[in-house]
Design a protein around this ligand. Structure first.
Ligand code: NAP
Length: 263
């Protein structure tokens, strides 16, 4: 396997500016994996971070890292993203304590894999509730703030939402649903200057994929045209593009970041 590029604060400062200085970025699923990498990247850009996971304490380390990377403020928050009321209250708290969100990254997600005939109704409903309704909850709660600031929304979907995957009918449906949500909200909010896009990661090295085991991961990596799995930082860099100056005229799109897996 070839090694991925090394990213650090030096590469960020040489490749760009603190274009989010003092702006509020709300990142769900920020306790680890892709969400943590996104929060850290936005911290380098000068954003004030609202880091959300199921429990605030799960984001404590992310918050410390964001502050160390230069975020002017960073707050850890806990909520079940599937709870419409609790999400509305959390967004109100962020508005009061940090300011009106300019960036919203809907990244929180989970898998409950099972073949169709063995999948329970509960596992189908839970994955849709967290991965799809969770994003809708945050989008609706933050929409007014985002409209005021002509902000950006990035939804973290998956190549599975484009290709489907045996054993993931719930997850694939939730991730395909996110693409419909992305395009619809992009159309609704375009007149208010808000850009709404999705990223479809391929196979990325996180806790979610560690479940597969080393042997299966190696086999999967060999089937990827770029011959390696991706890193959370590589997804964070795609977010960086969409919320930065380069993304100002891009809306309703799905950016596939998968090493060529979908080709
Ligand atoms: P991960 O390591 O499993 O982290 C999941 C994050 O979501 C955690 O911060 C978790 O918080 C949070 N979360 C889960 N359920 C939640 C709920 N009900 N309410 C609030 N927060 C909740 O996942 P990851 O691999 O970084 O994936 C991040 C996103 O990328 C997901 O949407 C995933 O579907 C997508 N994605 C991942 C891959 C991949 O290969 N890894 C590929 C394509 C797409 P706690 O720590 O509190 O549990």
């Amino acid at each position: 396997m070839s090694t991925p590029p090394v990213l650090n604060s030096a590469s960020a400062s040489s490749s760009g500016e603190r274009f989010l200085e003092g702006k509020v970025a709300l990142v769900t699923g920020a306790s680890r994996g892709i969400g943590r990498a996104i929060a850290e990247r936005l911290a380098l850009r000068g954003a004030k971070l609202a880091c959300v996971a199921t429990h605030a304490k799960n984001c404590a380390e992310t918050v410390d890292r964001c502050r160390a990377l230069g975020a002017p403020a960073a707050q850890a928050l806990g909520v079940d993203v599937s709870s419409t009321q609790a999400v509305a209250e959390l967004v109100e708290q962020v508005q009061k304590e940090l300011g009106e969100p300019y960036v919203l990254v809907n990244n929180a997600g989970l898998t409950r894999d099972q073949l169709l005939l063995r999948m329970s109704e509960e596992d189908f409903d839970r994955v849709i509730a967290v991965n799809l309704k969770g994003a809708w909850n945050f989008t609706r709660a933050a929409a007014r703030s985002l409209m005021k600031g002509r902000g950006r929304i990035v939804n973290i979907s998956s190549v599975v939402g484009l290709m489907g995957n045996a054993g993931q009918s719930n997850y694939a449906a939730s991730k395909a649903g996110l693409l419909g949500l992305t395009r619809s909200v992009a159309k609704e909010l375009a007149s208010r200057g808000v850009c709404v896009n999705a990223i479809a990661p391929g196979f990325i090295q996180t806790d979610m994929t560690a479940k597969l085991g080393e042997a299966a991961a190696q086999e999967l990596a060999s089937s990827i045209p770029l011959k390696r799995i991706g890193t959370p930082e590589e997804i964070a860099l795609a977010v960086d593009y969409l919320v930065g100056p380069g993304g100002a005229y891009v809306t309703g799109q799905t950016l596939v970041v998968d090493g060529g897996l979908c080709l």
